[in-house]
Write a protein that binds this ligand. Structure first.
Ligand SMILES: N=c1c2ncn([C@@H]3O[C@H](COP(=O)(O)OP(=O)(O)OP(=O)(O)O)[C@@H](O)[C@H]3O)c2ncn1[C@@H]1O[C@H](COP(=O)(O)O)[C@@H](O)[C@H]1O
Length: 105
């Protein structure tokens, strides 16, 4: 239990991608393809936004967990890892949001 929950979840997702779609949601979603994964990510994002506007903290917590789960599934399918995202966030660290946007052009 030394790893962070996100690292453990990512490892499980990467392991289950090639599992049995009958018993694994990750394997089932992976078999359905990138478009379905993207659709699920969008749905969870909208559900999280709705929960936030409704000021429902419990719902927002659950939807945020769904959103992060589906994001990791999509990243894994795209050959990316949470470390790639961490590196991008570290690159931005200390920059103002406005300067970061300008640097991106
Ligand atoms: N964190 C999650 C997680 N969060 C959400 N979900 C699933 O995401 C789905 C989203 O629910 P929806 O109602 O939107 O979708 P649905 O109707 O079930 O399915 P769709 O047909 O719309 O895809 C549900 O089936 C949830 O169970 C998750 N499924 C798995 N995990 C983690 O992934 C691990 C591996 O899971 P398996 O691949 O199932 O073994 C688990 O041990 C968990 O740690």
């Amino acid at each position: 239990m030394s790893q962070d929950i996100l690292d453990r979840l990512e490892a499980t997702i990467r392991e289950r991608r090639t599992g049995d779609p009958e018993t694994s949601y990750v394997a089932k979603l992976t078999a359905r393809g990138r478009k379905k994964m993207a659709q699920k990510l969008g749905e969870e994002g909208v559900e999280a936004a709705i929960a936030a506007v409704a000021e429902d903290k419990a719902a927002l917590t659950g939807e945020a967990a769904d959103l992060i789960f589906h994001l990791i599934v999509l990243l894994a399918d795209a050959g990316l890892t949470l470390d790639d995202v961490r590196a991008e966030l570290a690159r931005r660290e200390g920059m103002s949001g406005i300067a970061e946007k300008a640097a991106r052009g």
